[in-house]
Every structure is written in C-alpha cells, then in structure tokens.
Ligand binder design. Structure first.
Ligand SMILES: Cc1ncc(C[n+]2csc(CCOP(=O)(O)OP(=O)(O)O)c2C)c(N)n1
Length: 557
C-alpha cells in the first residue's frame, strides 16, 4: 500500500464521495485544503461564521441528497455544533469536521481549548474522535455511511490537534470510498408485504382516508409513487413542511401543509379523516399541531424506514417498515382500484374545503395594499417562481406564510425549509445553489432572519453563488407580536416594541455595497418584474420587499 498523508487521503476521499464544496472558517485541516487544491476540484468556501457554514452544508445536502461537509477549528467547534441543530431536526446528512485536542497537552489550559465532543452528542447520529492518521479511511467511510443510512442525519468527526494537525501525519493507507453511501437513500428495503397489504386494505376500506407525507417520503424520493397510489385510490394528500415538495400544490388531491405552520384546508381535511396514512413522518408537534390534527386515537397506518418511528404518537392498525417509495409502489401494484369510486364524495369534500380556502384568501392574494401584504408576495411567488426552482424558506412567519400560502406548481420544483432556526434560509440557499448551480434558487426570509447571516452576501458575491433572496422586510420580528400582546395582558406598552422592532434598513443598499444586486420593492405591482430581473441576473440578488408590520400570519385551524 502506498504511504500518504492524512491530508492527501482526506482530499482524495472527499472527492471520491462526490463532494464538490466544503464550507468552513479556517484554520482547520489546513494541509487537507492544500491537497484539495493540488489533487481535487473541491471548492473551499470560507464563510463568515461556522453556523452559516453548517447551514450551507445543510442546504447543499437537502438539495443534492449527498452529505454536505462543514468544518471548524477547535475555537469554532460549538458554533458549528449550533448549526447542526437544524440538520439534526430535519434529518439532513451533514458531516462536520473539527479540530480537537492533543493527548500531550489536554487539561493544561491550552489556548482556545475546551472539550467540545459532548456538545455534538445531541445533534449527531455519530460523534467520534480521530486520534491516529491510520483511522482516517475507516472513520471517513463510517461518517458517510451513518450520515446517509436509515433516517439520515449529521455526523461529527473531531480530528486530533486544535486545527486537526493529525492530517500532516503519514501512513500506509488507501482512499477507498463506498459510492453506495455517497447519497441518500443507500438502501431501499422492501416492506414486509403482509404489513403493506394490511395498510392498503385499511385505506381501501376507509371512507375518508388521508395521506400525510413527511420528510422521509422526500428523502426516499417517493413523490411519484405516492401520487400514483393516491390517484389510484382517490385519497387526498397533506404534507408536513418538510414533505411539501412530495406533491405539487396544484395537484387535485393536494390539500396543503398540515399542522401548526399550515394551510387551513389541510387541517380541516385531516381532522375529518377516518384513517390517516403517515408516510415518512415523525408525527411530531409541528406536523400535527401538537397532536390535535389528527387527534390521538384516530385510526392510523404508517410507513417508515425507522422502526422506532412506527407508532410513536399514534397507535397503528398497520405498521410498514421499509423504504417509502418501495412500500408505496408495492401498494400501488396491489391496489383494488374498484374501491376508488366509493371515495368520490370524500374527494369532493376535500376539493370544496380547498376551494373555500382559496376563495377566503383570494382578496389577500390580490391585495394592492402598501406596505405590501405577505399574502400577495406568496401568491406572486406561486405564479412566477420558475418551474425548476429550489425554494428555500426560513422559519417563523416566513415558514407560516410560505408553508401555508405558497404553492409549488411543478414536480420539478423543490422546497426546503428551516426546521426551526431563524436565520437558516439565507446560508442554506447558498449551499443549495452550490449543489445545483444550474437551477434557480429563491430564498424567502424575514428581516430578523436575514440579519443573522447578512455577512454571507459577501461570500455569495466572492464565489458567484447567484441566489435570489426575498426579504419580507417589516423592520421587525413581528411574529413575536402576538406573544408579547398576550403577556402584556392584551396591550403592549410603547417600550415593549424594543423587544421585536428594529431600525428601518434598506437591504438593497446594503447588498449593493457588498457587490450584490439590490432591488427595493415598495409597490406590489413591481414585484413580479423585480423577480424576473433577479432571476436573469448574473450576481446574487437581494430583493428587499417593504411589507406591512401589522400583517400577522393566520394561526392553525
Ligand atoms: C434561533 C432562533 N431564535 C429565536 C427564534 C424565535 N423566533 C421565531 S420567529 C422570530 C421573529 C421573526 O422575524 P422575521 O424573520 O423578521 O419575520 P417576521 O416575523 O417579521 O415576518 C423569532 C425571534 C427562532 N425561531 N430561532
């Protein structure tokens, strides 16, 4: 076997796994970066903070299905760990490398050093130290294998030396990669056929069944099989926020996103169902509006790749362990399509509920109000986002407005969203664009969300990562308004505003100063043209949209 340094091996292995970008703040694995330049085409994206590096890796992973790689030296390690939280919640395969400690000097108050490893424990599937260069090959393979297998998720490897200097050492090693684990899903386990048939028969016998598809259906790329089964059986489909792009919003069986940040039609349909089929869903609080939609006790069946997810919150009449696409395809093959007719009235009911929703919000979608209403923004985006776009959405109001009101109109569009961390979307969009440079990436964030990582405008400009970022700029974090109204007993003091309002800032100007294109939109009629201009630009664009501070997203029904 040839002798090589850890740096050479790591560079070769990352290239071997198809990694095209790594996101980091130096100085970590410095020699590896030199070898990346010498031996690979991997781009080394220096960010303005470790948390945004983790979010970029996360966006990259959610769009490509391939692990996103982020790195930090020892002093930045916990900033990176903080950034893994969202990937952990969203089951995104992110791999984090950090610098660590030397056995010769630990506990002697080494500059910048604490024991970082425990902090990675709650946000990773696998959290390990690499202490000897001989361990590089098997540990890197293990990192990729764990990140993408089963229910995907983050992995952390801490390399010996505060900058991971173990990469300078040499050993006889081979940079062997396992291509199987370069992308999710590595395996598509067949379901137990008896269980899948049992679930199918229950759906066929139900009068008002509904499918609730989650991020697991997305990870399995099960959209086509899911829609085919739903069509064959005439079953309405709701999704979680994470599963939103499993079915286009304009499909006649789509009822929207169910749960807390949701669309009222989805909640109403799911609440009326006599059987719920969960597919790749954690059945967590956000998707079920804290287990109120559907109510605990509803008849349920579930398909999941993780046996521990089956029946977690809803006891099951049939539990199907396996790959979502495989299970749905098997069920589709064995469908008794003759039963679909019996559900025509139920599908009609679901359509009526959806039409009522559309009619209720039509005036808001068309509103010419100034400052601009977010509902109008969502409807403009539904109409004008390109048919192959990747839409990246922040949390808080952004998640509520877009989760509920924005509609995907093509199966070629993708939708990824913050699993709860404000500020995720802008850097995640940069990572998404690195993963799919040929596709338009449209980010939607509030101004509070945008402030978090505003410095990454410079990163995007430096690397020519041309995302389009729409800032719903109400100069406040106005999702917090209701909460403060409540704790002030209904009426806030003037001073309370200091807790959720900001200085009015023109983000278009800020963006221009950093070399991006900035467009300020103050009139609703100008938005579509500005978006077209942004999509055609050859630079990152910030669309600063001045919106109404009084606009509060509708609460879950
Ligand atoms: C890391 C983190 N801290 C705090 C919150 C709580 N939070 C949710 S929404 C929000 C304000 C959002 O403001 P903005 O992005 O401007 O959107 P707006 O509500 O004004 O539309 C806050 C502070 C969070 N989700 N994540």
């Amino acid at each position: 076997m040839p002798k090589m340094t850890g740096a050479q091996l790591l560079a070769d292995m990352l290239q071997g796994y198809g990694v095209s970008h790594v996101f980091m703040v130096p100085a970590v694995l410095r020699r590896t970066f030199v070898e990346m330049e010498r031996r690979t085409s991997i781009k080394r994206i220096h960010t303005h903070g470790e948390k945004s590096a983790a979010y970029m890796a996360d966006g990259y992973a959610r769009v490509s299905g391939r692990p996103g790689v982020c790195m930090a030296q020892v002093i930045g390690a916990l900033n990176l760990a903080a950034g893994l939280r969202d990937a952990y919640l969203a089951h995104s395969p992110v791999i984090a490398f950090t610098g660590g400690r030397e056995p010769q000097t630990k506990f002697r108050k080494v500059y910048q050093e604490v024991d970082d490893v425990p902090a990675f424990e709650p946000v990773t599937k696998f959290n390990a130290t690499v202490d000897a260069v001989e361990r590089f090959p098997d540990m890197v393979r293990q990192a990729f294998r764990v990140a993408v297998s089963g229910s995907p998720g983050p992995v952390h490897l801490q390399f010996r030396g505060n900058e991971g200097q173990v990469d300078a050492e040499e050993a006889e090693m081979e940079p062997l990669c396992e291509p199987l684990f370069a992308c999710i899903p590595p395996f598509r386990p067949e379901p137990d056929f008896a269980a899948a048939l049992a679930a199918l028969r229950l759906i066929e016998q139900a009068e008002r069944p509904v499918i609730v598809a989650g991020g697991g259906a997305r990870a399995s790329r099960a959209g086509r099989d899911l829609v085919a089964l739903a069509e064959a059986l005439a079953v309405p489909v709701a999704t979680s926020l994470n599963g939103k792009d499993v079915i286009p919003g304009n499909h006649p069986l789509s009822v929207g996103v169910v749960g807390t940040y949701s669309r009222e039609s989805a909640n109403r349909v799911v609440a009326q169902a006599d059987l719920v089929c969960f597919v790749g869903s954690e059945t967590g609080g956000m998707t079920t509006n804290f287990w109120k939609v559907p109510k605990i006790g509803v008849a349920a069946v579930q398909i999941d790749i993780d046996p521990e997810a089956l029946g977690r919150n809803y006891s099951l009449k049939a539990a199907v362990l396996g790959d979502a696409a495989k299970a749905l395809a098997y069920m589709r093959q064995h469908t008794n399509a003759g039963t679909a007719d019996s559900r025509k009235p139920w599908v009609e009911t679901a359509r009526t509920i959806c039409s009522e929703y559309q009619a209720r919000y039509a005036p808001a979608f068309a509103s010419d109000a100034v400052p601009i209403r977010p509902e109008r923004l969502c409807s403009e985006l539904t109409r004008h986002v390109p048919e192959n776009a990747i839409v990246v959405v922040d949390t808080g109001h952004a998640g509520m407005w877009m989760g509920g009101m924005f509609e995907l109109t093509s199966p070629r569009q993708n939708y990824i969203r913050s699993a709860g961390h404000l500020g995720w979307a802008f850097p995640a969009g940069i990572g998404a664009k690195c993963a799919a440079p040929e596709r338009p990436v449209v980010v939607f964030t509030g101004d509070a969300g945008f402030w978090y990582h505003i410095g990454e405008i410079e990163t995007a400009v430096r690397w020519g990562i041309n995302t389009v970022t729409i800032v719903n700029n109400n100069s406040s974090g106005n999702q917090s308004k209701r909460g403060f109204d409540r704790v002030y007993g209904g009426k806030q003091t003037q001073q309370a505003l200091e807790m959720w309002t900001f200085t009015k800032v023109n983000f278009a100007k800020v963006a221009q100063d950093m070399g991006a294109i900035g467009i300020r939109v103050e009139q609703p009629g100008e938005f579509a043209g500005a978006l077209q201009q942004a999509l055609a630009a050859d630079r990152p664009v910030i669309l600063d949209v001045v919106t109404d501070i009084e606009a509060l997203a509708p609460l879950a029904v």
